[in-house]
Design a binder for this molecule. Structure first.
Ligand code: ATP
Length: 893
């Protein structure tokens, strides 16, 4: 593609991997140090279009509409309408067709809305990319990248366009999405042969892959469909329509019920015809029976409950990435949480600086002047600060600015600025040669600088790691050997600082004529830095809620055991905070088949592979594990956990992609809120399904009784259709979107293997279905005894069943909730649905076309009296029975 809008035309280069970075920058007319200007970006965006590979619209309306006509119920209704036409019952035929259309419309709009809201949730998780424009580095939505953009990259980033590396430090990318090759590919900035195959183009990073190690800077060479991924986008399999296991289970249940019903209905028809009864009436009864028994609302109810629940979760800052996680979320028994940023604020402040010669306590009142005086007096202290500023990835302009990068590193830059050490100034004397990014397994990072005296290596990291690599200690103007005695004295100092809840870092250096083979060899230890990171205020309360809800919380941190223990105590991990196991002992502990896994409250100094081992061990012990993580190396553990939880603010793209849920605010307390919603969703679905099935069963019994008793039909097929497809669904929808009972977090987690309908639910469905039909049949009998005519009897029977089903929603309350004030009565959608349904039932008898179709007549006062009394009976009986059981249970206690 050619850009004609600027002086010289710009093209997306053909073989960027084979060009040098300089040639490429010239071709793309960009300065590597400043990046593109805003105007240039706008121009290029117009020419090259957005950087996306347009997915097909996710919800296809026509398909969704057609889908409404492909269920067993729809087939059945179509057959019924055809039969009616065949027997020349035109009105009946049209009416069935109308109900079929009404049902499809309800299904279509409900599903469309649910699907839309789920899509909108997906859109909340837009990917961003770091980019340098007008000399400043910032984040933009990755759709906005244009050819020529300069993008800094680091481990954990998703690669959002095809990028030619112009600078790289031990950078590697996972290209499995593109090539299927799962080992990360090493990348560098040298040009490669023009003929190199895709997998050999090690100077390129491709859209759709992710950076697993190191860092670098690159120049965007292709966007959107021009990228390698874009070229093969026809290969990209369309994402799964996103049905959750729960929805699939429900669809299967309704298909099974439909199958069984068809068999029974066919049997009834055959037997009736053999017995020589009126053919049309028999076929009609069989159809009525079938329609009565099939719970058509089931799958929609689940979709609705999920969509609504996921919206509520977003309001609480939890974004669901994988639909299947929602149902497991409610069954969570264990949360493995990291510490920094999740349990703590991640607002780091340097509190302590320790060198071989002394210690400075930076209290809040410690102003810059006092610090400067200390630094002038103490050369060691100044060296320590300089190293902390040099060996740093963050950016901070002024002491009072927010800065960009890791909060711990920003805190180091801040105290450096207070001591008048600005990184950019230090880099003038010690230009950066190379960087060894922080590695959570090694727990250290290093920067290599050239200096007048040769090469300076600046190292910072976890104290044990640094002290372990140190052979000398800096004292005065020189250094002395670090013997065993002083090594253990330093470790004691670390222990002391960590015991006060401080996060401790050690800094070390090395000055050599040439760059050493490994930056972590023969280091000179300079000192320790203690940083404070206060616990989040809402964590203790959230931990209490977890304990109440039968969910154990275990801290799994990369930090020092003593720091973790002190934070554990502060946030109320209680007894378990005393039981700390270090990462290096995990392997032995697991191998010895430790039952003590359940007694540990904190795992400290854990590296990512040990995290994975822990998740596996807990899962083997039967736990449903939710696990938090943010780093690129956490991805395997996040994937392994049923519920991987990534951080929205500080997490890497790779961790997000491996997770089932994202905490938009990074806060631990959000997890328990999400667990609550998970439980609510499950209980809503369970309730709505139980409600629908008991209503279906009552219809089945009523029709079955009529057929078996060779009574004339007590209910006509069209009436059942009306009940089933119109008036039942609204209360069920309202139940599916309920906000949940108050005490839902006071119960232990549900057994994940527990089916949606267990023994208790099935027996309730049976009992309730029978009670509803007994009331209806009683009303029918009373009407006959009181010698109402056939039309009035049918009207009474129909309305009794209809109203008893409506009142039945009040039976769906939780047993432990109050009779008057409970989740059902608090649900305003439910009241709305009742008003709607009552209107839909009360009008037809008085509105002659509807009355005619539904075979209803206007009701006299006596008739209304029978309907209301009989329909309220099941509610009354069930509530009285529930109350008596409660009283009996409390007496027995
Ligand atoms: P958590 O896992 O709870 O978030 P964490 O952030 O301390 O804890 P890691 O990021 O694995 O865990 O860090 C482990 C240790 O490595 C830290 O305690 C610290 O001593 C050191 N460390 C962390 N970040 C850096 C860094 N950027 N440079 C040097 N050392 C670091």
């Amino acid at each position: 593609m050619v850009n004609k809008s600027v002086g010289r035309p710009i093209t997306q280069p053909e073989n960027p991997h084979a060009l040098t970075a300089q040639v490429l920058a010239e071709m793309l007319q960009v300065s590597v140090t400043n990046g593109l200007s805003k105007e240039e970006v706008d121009l290029r965006r117009r020419v090259f279009g957005p950087n996306k590979i347009a997915a097909r619209p996710a919800v296809k309306r026509l398909a969704l509409l057609l889908h409404q006509f492909t269920s067993p119920v729809a087939y059945l209704l179509a057959a019924a309408a055809a039969l009616a036409f065949y027997f020349n019952e035109l009105e009946e035929g049209f009416a069935i067709a109308a109900v079929l259309a009404a049902n499809a419309a309800i299904g279509f709009f409900t599903e469309l809305k649910a699907a839309r809201s789920i899509e909108a949730l997906r859109a909340l998780d837009t990917q961003t990319a770091r980019v340098r424009r007008d000399g400043l580095v910032g984040r933009v939505p990755s759709d906005d990248l244009v050819p020529g953009d300069i993008v800094p990259l680091e481990a954990g980033d998703a690669v959002s366009a095809d990028i030619r590396l112009i600078e790289g430090s031990r950078i590697a990318a996972d290209e499995s999405a593109l090539s299927g090759e799962s080992t990360p590919m090493e990348k560098h900035s040298q040009a490669v042969a023009q003929m190199a195959r895709l997998s050999e183009r090690s100077s390129m990073l491709f859209k759709g892959t992710a950076v697993t190690h190191g860092s670098g800077i690159g120049i965007v060479t292709a966007t959107g469909f021009a990228t390698e991924l874009g070229k093969i986008s026809w290969l990209v399999i369309e994402a799964d329509a996103g049905k959750s296991p729960l929805e699939r289970k429900l669809a299967r249940l309704s298909a099974q019920l439909a199958g069984a019903t068809l068999v029974v209905a066919a049997l009834v028809a055959v037997l009736g015809i053999l017995a020589g009864r009126d053919k049309f009436l028999i076929v009609e009864s069989a159809i009525a029976l079938a329609v009565a028994a099939i719970p058509e609302g089931l799958p929609i109810v689940a979709t609705l409950a999920l969509a609504r629940g996921m919206w509520r979760m977003v309001q609480e800052n939890a974004l669901i990435e994988r639909l299947s996680a929602v149902e497991t979320l409610g069954a969570t028994t264990l949360i493995l949480t990291d510490k920094t940023g999740t349990l703590t604020e991640n607002r780091m402040v340097v509190q302590r600086l320790c060198t071989a010669e002394g210690e400075v306590n930076l209290h809040t009142e410690h102003d810059d002047k006092a610090l400067l005086a200390e630094l002038r007096a103490d050369w060691q202290l100044a060296l320590l600060l300089r190293l902390a500023v040099l060996c740093n990835d963050a950016d901070l302009e002024r002491v009072d600015a927010a800065g960009t990068g890791d909060p711990m590193e920003i805190a180091l830059l801040r105290v450096g600025l207070q001591g008048s050490f600005r990184r950019s100034d230090l880099l003038l004397d010690h230009p950066l040669v190379r960087k060894h990014a922080f590695d959570p397994t090694q727990k250290m990072m290093a920067t290599i600088h050239s200096s007048a005296a040769g090469v300076l290596v600046a190292v910072k990291g976890a104290p044990e790691a640094v002290i372990n690599c140190a052979t000398h200690v800096a004292v005065g103007n020189g250094e002395i050997t670090l013997d065993e005695k002083s090594r253990s004295r330093w470790l004691d100092r670390v222990e002391l600082l960590a015991g006060q809840g401080l996060r401790v870092l050690a800094c070390a250096m090395r000055l050599r004529p040439q760059e050493p083979f490994s930056p972590f060899d023969q280091l000179v230890l300079v000192g320790l830095i203690g940083l404070q990171d206060p616990a989040r205020a809402d964590v203790p309360q959230a931990i209490r809620q977890c304990q109440q809800a039968g969910i154990r919380v275990v801290m799994v941190t990369g930090d020092h055991a003593a720091t973790a223990k002190s934070i554990g105590r502060a946030i109320g991990l209680g007894e378990s905070a005393a039981n700390v196991v270090e990462g290096k002992s995990i392997d032995a502990m697991l191998k010895s088949g430790q039952p003590m896994l359940h007694d540990v409250g904190i795992f400290a100094r854990v590296d990512p592979s040990e995290k994975l081992a822990l998740v596996r061990a807990y899962q083997a012990a039967g736990d449903i594990v939710a696990m938090t993580g943010d780093g690129v190396n956490d991805a395997p553990a996040l994937r392994q956990a049923k519920i991987g939880v990534a951080m929205g603010l500080r997490g890497t793209d790779v961790a997000r992609e491996a997770s089932a849920m994202i905490l938009l605010d990074d806060a631990f307390s959000t997890i328990i809120k999400a667990v609550r919603e998970g439980r609510v969703i499950f209980s809503n679905i369970r309730r709505a399904v139980a409600y629908l099935l008991s209503c279906n069963l009552s219809e089945l019994i009523v029709v079955g009784a009529a057929v078996a008793g060779s009574l004339s039909l007590t209910l006509l097929p069209l009436q059942i259709l009306y009940l089933n497809l119109v008036t039942d669904v609204f209360p069920a929808f309202a139940l599916a979107t309920s906000e949940g009972e108050n005490g839902i977090l006071d119960k232990p987690p549900r057994d994940p293997k527990e089916p949606i309908l267990g023994h208790r639910q099935w027996s309730n469905i049976l009992l309730h279905g029978m009670l509803l039909s007994v009331a209806t049949l009683t009303a029918n009998k009373v009407a006959i005894i009181l010698i109402f005519d056939q039309a009035a009897t049918v009207t009474i029977t129909f309305l009794t069943l209809a109203f008893s089903q409506l009142w039945h929603v009040f039976n769906m309350r939780n047993r432990t909730d109050g009779v008057i004030f409970n989740e059902i009565t608090r649900n305003r959608f439910l009241w709305l649905s009742l008003v709607l349904c009552i209107t839909l039932l009360a009008i037809p008898p008085y509105f002659s076309p509807a009355a005619h179709l539904l075979h209803l007549v206007p009701l006299s006062t006596e008739m209304w009296f029978i309907v209301l009394i009989s329909s309220i009976l099941p509610l009354f009986t069930i509530q009285v029975a529930a109350a008596s059981t409660r009283i009996l249970v409390s007496i027995r206690r």
